[in-house]
Design a protein around this ligand. Structure first.
Ligand SMILES: [Zn+2]
Length: 107
C-alpha cells in the first residue's frame, strides 16, 4: 500500500473504528472501507487478496527457478504471462521478475 497523495509506503494505521491511514511522509490521511481492503482487482475480475498473493508467490518462485536455469528475462516474462495472466497484470509480472532477479543474486 502507498500514500495516494505522495506515493510513500511509510504508512501508519491511525484510527481503529473506520480504517484510517496516515502517510508518515506528508501527513495525508485517508480512509478505506474494510470490505474494499480485502479485494484486489485482477485481469479476470476482483479476487480476495489472499488469492492474489498466492499467485504472486507462485509466480515469484517460478521466476526465481527460471533465473537459476539461465532463462532470459523476456522468456521468463512470457512464461509468467502464459501461466498467471488470469490473476496477475502485466505490471504485477514485471515487478515479480524484478524481485526475482534481486532474490536470485543472493542464492
Ligand atoms: Zn504522503
Amino acid at each position: 500500500m502507498s500514500c495516494p497523495k505522495c506515493g510513500s509506503t511509510d504508512i501508519a494505521i491511525s484510527g481503529t473504528e473506520s480504517l484510517t491511514f496516515r502517510c508518515k511522509r506528508c501527513g495525508h490521511t485517508w480512509s478505506v472501507e474494510q470490505k474494499n481492503l480485502a479485494i484486489v482487482n485482477t485481469p479476470s475480475g476482483p479476487v480476495h487478496w489472499t488469492v492474489h498473493t498466492y499467485y504472486k508467490e507462485l509466480a515469484l518462485q517460478d521466476a526465481i527457478d527460471m533465473i537459476i536455469n539461465n532463462k532470459d528475462i523476456n522468456t521468463i516474462v512470457e512464461e509468467l504471462k502464459k501461466n498467471y495472466s488470469k490473476y496477475l497484470s502485466e505490471e504485477d509480472i514485471r515487478k515479480i521478475v524484478e524481485k526475482a532477479r534481486k532474490i536470485a543474486q543472493y542464492l
